[in-house]
Every structure is written in C-alpha cells, then in structure tokens.
Design a protein around this ligand. Structure first.
Ligand SMILES: [Zn+2]
Length: 251
C-alpha cells in the first residue's frame, strides 16, 4: 500500500458519490490539482465536517492508487486559515465562487501549481477579511493569469516598449498580444482592440503586482479594463465560467 502523503490544499469542488462517498477536487500546494475520493465521508460527517466543502482550506492526507487518477483521501484537518468568512455576504460568495472556478479552469491535474495555490489562498483570506470588490477581482485575475503563463502587459507598449504615462493618451488592449499598444503604434493594432484610458491601464498594471490588501484600496478604472480582461480570459478558456455571470450581476 502506498504511503500516506499530505499537503496544504483548498477545496475547489465536491460532490456526493454512490451511497456514502464524496469526490473532491482540490488545489494543493505541493502536488498541483488533485481529485480524490473520501470513502464514507457522507456517513461520517463529523470527521469531515466543513473540511471537504468548497472554500475549505485544509491539510489533506491521502494515498495514491496504483491505477486511476483519483487518490484516496484518508483525512482532512483544518488548515491554518480554515474556512474564509464569506457566507454572510452575497458579493463575497459570488467572488469567492468565481475565484475557485477560475483556479480550476487555469490549472491541470499533474501539473505543478504552488504559485497558483498561494495566490488563491491569499485571495480567499483577503476576501474573508475584507469586502468583495472589482479591484480584488482584477488583481486575482491578473496574478492567476501570470502564474498560468499569461502575464498581461499594461505598463509598456507591446510594440515600441515605451512606458505609458498615467496622464497620457489612451492605449489599446490587443488580446493576441496579451497587452496594450500605445496611441502611436495604434495603426499597427488590429481592429477590435479595447480602448483604455491611460489611467485605467496604469491601475491594471498596479493591480497585477500589488498585494491583495493593497489592491483592495485601489479604485479600478472604468469598465473598459474589465472588458479587456474578460476578452482575454474568453480567448484562453474553453468554456464560459458559470460563476462569472452571477458575479457580474452581483458586483
Ligand atoms: Zn508603442
């Protein structure tokens, strides 16, 4: 029998399975995304209470199986941060659900995801202690995209590399370039680029590097920043996230 392994982990989704089991997908710090089966979890609610529900931050104990992707979850203990305090607030539930679904969509099983894990853990902690806000959403999207290999550029023109002045001319976000082009390079940008005022671009550049606590105090620019991020996400995700519509209505 394989040895028991353990890692900090966050539950992304969970569902009941057969008579008494539960199938759980988690983003782990040490082993990337894992799906596992917790035998008898439904029958022993007390042992697993609130530890195998979405949002739970736990220390996961599991054993690998010789065949098949599902690991055997042997137990789960409350992690350092436990369950973020989001349940009394619709905006927090909506943004938190979106955070989980986006992390699920941007990670794959068997791939290293320590950076993504840390981003999700920090974002959920910030959400639990603060408020749901557009700034927190954009900061999370920008950081998670960077961890997934899609670092978006809002500070410099992708073509001439000039730094954009926050009080300068409007810039244009080009999905295919994963960043902005300046007004002088605009003729070389394709049709359909998203026009951003320079201040909005500067704020997005800042949100990508600020801590979540700092991000919460920033005021994101107008809706064109949201449009730029949404267009980029749509270009790399193979499906529309269910939680995105809900979040757009609530926030
Ligand atoms: Zn340029």
């Amino acid at each position: 029998m394989p040895a028991e392994e353990s890692t900090p982990a966050i539950v992304l989704r969970a569902r009941d399975y057969a008579e008494s089991d539960r199938i759980v997908t988690l983003l782990t710090r040490d082993f990337g995304k894992l799906s596992g089966i917790a035998k008898g979890a439904k029958a022993s609610r007390r042992r697993y209470e609130r530890k195998l529900e979405p949002f739970s931050c736990v220390t996961l104990f599991f054993k690998r199986r010789p065949l098949g992707q599902l690991v055997f979850i042997t137990r789960a203990e409350r992690g350092e941060t436990g369950h973020p305090a989001i349940e009394d607030d619709l905006g927090k539930i909506a943004l938190g659900s979106y955070m989980l679904e986006l992390a699920d969509a941007l990670t794959t099983e068997e791939a290293e995801a320590t950076h993504a894990y840390n981003i999700l853990a920090d974002a959920l902690a910030a959400l639990g202690q603060g408020q749901a806000s557009a700034a927190l959403r954009y900061a999370y999207e920008l950081k998670l995209l960077r961890a997934a290999g899609y670092g978006l550029e809002f500070e410099r023109c992708r073509l001439c590399n000039n730094v954009i002045e926050a009080n300068g001319s409007a810039v244009y976000f080009v999905v295919a370039r994963g960043g902005i082009v300046c007004s002088r390079c605009r003729p070389e940008a394709p049709e359909g680029a998203v026009r951003l005022d320079a201040a909005s671009a500067a704020t997005l550049a800042l949100l990508g590097i600020a801590s979540f606590d700092e991000a919460a105090s920033l005021v994101p620019g107008n809706a064109s920043g949201a449009l730029a991020l949404a267009r980029f996400l749509a270009s790399i995700l193979d499906r529309k996230l269910r939680s995105a519509d809900f979040l757009d209505r609530v926030l």
